[in-house]
Write a new protein. Structure first.
Length: 143
């Protein structure tokens, strides 16, 4: 996996995430009429990621959505049988439209929200042959 956002986008993401702390669950509060809201089913919502990834699997991201359970939960295993089946049907529907999907583990340090969410990413199918990434702090060892 490569970096998901450009350096500038990542700085903005970190700033906004810090600002949003303590404001409650943004996924639970999102309803029809919200600019990120795409659709809902009986147990799930599909929303636009407000800070979408730029790259995934060395390809550009054309569209970045998320499937979010309406029930506030940290993991998919907490969903009832009907919600689980609905989740699989929704994944299948978007997979047919060319979306890849990804979700982080419950205690992943890269997970920005405790409410479970599965990323849906439509890629541009243009493989990048060269990517240069650096993370802070930079360490150099001179012999």
């Amino acid at each position: 996996m490569t970096a998901q956002r450009s350096t500038k986008e990542e700085r903005e993401y970190r700033r906004k995430t810090t600002e949003d702390k303590g404001k409650g669950c943004p996924f639970c509060a999102m309803t029809e009429g919200h600019p990120q809201f795409v659709r809902e089913t009986e147990y799930l919502k599909v929303i636009k990621n407000r800070r979408p990834y730029s790259l995934w699997d060395d390809q550009g991201v054309v569209d970045h959505l998320m499937i979010v359970p309406k029930q506030h939960t940290g993991k998919l295993g907490s969903l009832n049988s009907e919600a689980s089946h609905e989740f699989i049907r929704l994944i299948d529907e978007y997979e047919e439209k060319g979306y890849s999907f990804y979700a982080r583990a419950l205690h992943s340090t890269g997970r920005s929200e405790p409410h479970q969410h599965t990323h849906l990413m439509k890629l541009d199918n243009k493989k990048r042959s060269f990517l240069l990434m650096a993370r802070k702090p930079w360490y150099f060892r001179l012999s």
